[in-house]
Design a protein around this ligand. Structure first.
Ligand code: ADP
Length: 449
């Protein structure tokens, strides 16, 4: 980050510096040149005037001022030069400034010397007697001037580097400080509201935190449920195992009389049946927990499925002196038939188990008014469910009356399986119950999923 900020500050400063430097240099060079030229012309004109008035020896006094003065005859022969021996100088007639002076009275020219990076400026005036007075001066070229300021340039360059470094470091620190100070558990609280630029980041962090907290809570809840379930399963299995091991121990030690053998075997059989049912229900539930993914969806008639289940339960109903009634209209629907079998069987079984002697159970299958939903109703004339328990009977292992449930061979898992199976079909179940009068379970499932 420091490097990036340094780069931008450094290059901005460099560009500004170079542009400003060259502009100022160019302007001052231009004005200096114009000024020097003016000075040269002014001085030369003055000397020419003096010479026209007959003061030819006036010339020699100007060498110290840095001007070169040359007096040239009409034919180009050098008559006098204040810096060289005139007799050794070549003919000056061809010089452009001399030509111009002879022709127009005055002439100017400039010659640039690449090797010494200097410019020579010439000015010539024709005198009254036809001779020409020429002056010359040497001006440093623009590039010579730049080179002569190299030390300043290098100094400013170093200043820019150092200043950019310091500013970049300070800026990087100032920019990252609020980021480093963010409290990841409470991003919004730990943030000053005036840092608008990093608000989107804070909001994202906050949202992520929220999602994480939510996930954590759900995980904890799921973990709690799992723990509770395991504890319940162990507890439920322990009772029949205890009973079975008690009875078998008596049998093993020959403590059971011949006439009681049948009763003992019956008890052991019942307990193993209960265990087997419990294990079956647990397997079924874990299947549903995985979303019944390996189960097959089919087009099927709910009425046919329900009729089959009710027929299977007839012996149980007779055993309990219950009249089992069934009526239906065909309801074709997309469904997982095995799950719907579970629903009908569990509800009807409960209606029989929690009924009174000589009670009635009515199972019906129909469609709702618009034909969009299948309606399965299981109605009994049984003991009913007290209001405060209705919401909880769908929880795993929840029973209104534990001993009654056990006595009728319940596992406490039947209604959890029912609820789960209905949810997979995107349906719902309503319970209407009056203690002592009876219960009606109404399942509604959309026909076209
Ligand atoms: P169980 O194996 O104990 O029957 P369920 O999950 O099927 O477990 O039912 C939970 C509890 O709801 C039962 O123990 C019972 O107390 C109550 N219940 C369910 N159906 C009926 C019903 N038709 N009439 C009265 N109580 C019922």
């Amino acid at each position: 980050m420091t490097k990036k900020i340094f780069n931008s500050i450094f290059w901005t400063a460099m560009c500004v510096f170079i542009a400003a430097f060259f502009l100022i240099e160019a302007a001052s060079y231009y004005y200096d040149t114009v000024d020097s030229k003016k000075q040269l012309i002014y001085t030369t004109d003055n000397i020419a005037r003096a010479m026209n008035d007959g003061e030819s020896d006036f010339l020699s006094s100007f060498s110290e001022k840095g001007y070169r003065m040359t007096w040239i005859a009409k034919n180009g022969v050098v008559l006098y030069d204040n810096q060289s021996n005139a007799s050794k100088m070549d003919n000056h007639l061809s010089r452009p400034e001399v030509q111009a002076a002879l022709k127009n009275g005055t002439g100017e020219s400039e010659r640039y010397s690449n090797t010494i990076l200097k410019t020579e400026i010439y000015y010539a005036v024709r005198l009254k007697d036809g001779t020409v007075l020429r002056s010359a001066m040497v001006l440093n070229s623009f590039w010579w001037r730049i080179l002569s300021e190299l030390q300043i340039i290098i100094f400013i360059f170093i200043v820019i580097v150092v200043a950019s470094l310091i500013v970049a470091k300070g800026l990087a620190e100032a920019l990252t400080r609020p980021l480093n100070n963010i409290d990841l558990d409470h991003p919004m609280k730990s943030m000053r509201k005036d840092y608008k630029e990093i608000m989107p980041l804070i909001e994202r962090l906050e949202a992520e935190q929220g999602a994480m907290r939510n996930e954590e809570r759900m995980r904890e809840e799921a973990e709690e449920l799992r723990r509770e379930f395991t504890a319940n399963v162990s507890h439920e299995l322990k009772t029949p195992i205890h009973t079975i091991s008690g009875y078998t121990e008596l049998l093993k030690n020959g403590l059971v009389q011949e006439k009681d053998l049948g009763e003992f075997s019956e008890k052991i059989y019942k307990e193993t049946q209960r265990m087997s049912k419990l294990v079956q229900d647990i397997i079924e539930l874990s299947h549903l927990d995985e979303g019944a993914s390996n189960m097959e969806w089919q087009e099927n008639d709910l009425a046919a499925i329900a009729r089959l289940c009710v027929d299977r339960l007839k012996p149980l109903a007779e055993e309990n002196h219950i009249t089992l009634q069934f009526w239906s209209v065909p309801v074709k629907m997309r469904c997982i038939p095995t799950l719907l079998e579970e629903v009908v069987t569990n509800l009807t079984e409960n209606a029989i188990k929690y009924n009174r002697k000589d009670g009635v159970v009515t199972v019906s299958v129909q469609k709702d008014g618009l034909g969009e939903n299948a309606i399965l109703t299981v109605q009994d004339t049984g003991i009913g469910i007290p209001k405060e328990h209705i919401d909880r009977i769908f929880e795993r292992f929840y029973r209104v009356d534990k001993s009654h449930s056990r006595a009728v061979g319940g596992t406490g898992l039947g209604l959890s399986i029912v609820k789960h199976a209905i949810l997979i079909h995107k349906g719902k179940i309503d319970v209407d119950s009056t203690p002592g009068v009876g219960t009606t379970m109404k399942v509604t499932i959309p026909v076209n999923l």
